[in-house]
Design a protein around this ligand. Structure first.
Ligand code: PLP
Length: 400
């Protein structure tokens, strides 16, 4: 720290929940391994062994960063794949386990505030008639999904509970440890997954403390490469969480995700997780300092014309979801007018939409406020001077 990359210095970048620039140490490791660890990791001669060792180190680093063991980590193309894999595996597991016993479809419990990489595969399987799904809403008074509501949704055919660890739009943190505890007390065979894409590097993440069976890791949210990883508790062990092949092929990744390994980005992901977890306290403090400065400046300058969404919730230290009250202040209009900095109205996947984010509405944020919301998310290298420039531009655009 501070990290200086082109992406971060040219304009003021305030959309670190969408993606992050590469950490220079991570970039160096990727480049070095592209040229030096190019051997096929399955080959038995030294070039192959070198690549295999690089992957083993990355697996150790990734596991250690979330309190897991290396044998419980598989590398994926990203978060979308990891999330889809958990869903399809747990459906398959239910079908195989209950073939003779039950005519019921597998039932999955999730929430109304998931990223598309969870909500859309679930809707897809439901539309195909393969599963039943309950999307648990956010509790109006408490501002997060309550563990009791999740537990009350459990049915005899429930095979998976999947709840996002921290929401990408509001930063609201869900009580995953409590959910896991109560779900397992009710029915220990129900599997639990959390998508920790937004949480790693911003708050401590430990699979043991969370009590989950699966956890999704995303490289590009933690200054790493565009790949990901999946944690699977006790993978391939007796009593471990089940996982079924995603592809069929050459046997790599314990024959569950075959295909010649992407050695250099995997090395980068390991390093990115290591840096993110080793320094999470410092990073969180730095991001919170600039986010809090941003919210204070906005409050001082805009007074009653700003509303902060989910500000009283337990939330990520870097995320500011703010609405500017008044006519012609819709978020999608504002982002087009802003010149000096980058931000979004919500998830990057919905950047082209001219309507309020469904996720914000699910957080019980009124329509007019959701429509006028911007998501500003600070990063490790954001400075107070950056924030002052951002507020100055917003004042210039919005105040008479
Ligand atoms: C919470 C969450 N889950 C999953 C994803 C998808 O990850 P990937 O882009 O690696 O597929 C994202 C990325 O935007 C995210 O924010």
């Amino acid at each position: 720290m501070p990290i200086k990359s082109e992406a971060a210095t040219k304009r003021i970048y305030l959309d670190y929940n969408a993606t992050t620039p590469l950490d220079p140490t991570v970039a160096e490791i990727i480049v070095t391994n592209l040229t030096e660890a190019w051997g096929n990791p399955s080959s038995l001669y030294p070039e192959g062994v070198k690549a295999k060792n690089v992957i083993a180190t990355a697996r150790e680093q990734t596991a250690k960063g979330i309190g897991a063991v290396a044998s419980d980590i598989l590398f994926t193309s990203g978060g979308t794949e990891a999330n889809n894999w958990v869903i399809s595996s747990t459906i398959e597991h239910f079908k195989q386990r209950s073939q003779a016993e039950s005519k019921l479809k597998p039932h999955i419990i999730s929430t109304t505030i998931e990223h598309d990489a969870i909500s859309l595969p679930l809707s897809h399987f439901r539309e195909k008639g393969e599963i039943d799904v309950t999307f648990v809403p956010v509790n109006k008074e408490r501002g997060f999904v309550t563990p009791e509501d999740v537990v009350n949704a459990i049915r005899p055919n429930t095979c998976l509970v999947t709840v996002i660890m921290a929401n990408n739009e509001t930063g609201a943190i869900m009580p995953i440890a409590e959910i896991s505890k109560l779900v397992k007390e009710r029915n220990s065979s129900v599997l639990i997954h959390t998508d920790a894409a937004q949480a790693i590097g911003k708050i401590p993440v430990d699979v043991g403390l969370l009590g989950v069976d699966y956890l999704t890791i995303v490289g590009h949210k933690i200054y790493g490469p565009r790949i990901g990883a999946l944690y699977i508790k006790g993978l391939l062990q007796n009593g471990g969480a089940p996982l079924y092949k995603i592809f069929h092929g050459g046997g790599q990744e314990r024959n569950l995700r075959p295909g010649t390994e992407n050695t250099a980005p995997i090395a980068g992901l390991g390093k990115a997780v290591e840096i993110a977890s080793d320094s999470v306290k410092e990073f969180a403090a730095a991001m919170k300092m600039t986010r809090d400065h941003l919210e204070k400046r906005l409050k001082d300058d805009f007074q009653d014309a700003v509303v902060f969404n989910c500000a009283s919730s337990c939330r990520l230290p870097n995320t500011c979801s703010v609405a500017f009250i008044g006519k012609n202040r819709e978020g999608y209009n504002l982002v087009k007018k802003i010149c000096g900095f980058s931000c979004s109205t919500g998830s990057a996947c919905h950047a082209n939409e001219c309507k309020p984010s469904q996720i914000l509405l699910e957080f019980n944020i009124p329509f007019e406020i959701a429509a006028n919301t911007l998501r500003l998310s600070t990063g490790r290298e954001t400075t107070v001077a950056d924030i002052d420039k951002v507020v100055d531009e917003l004042k210039h655009l919005l105040l008479p």
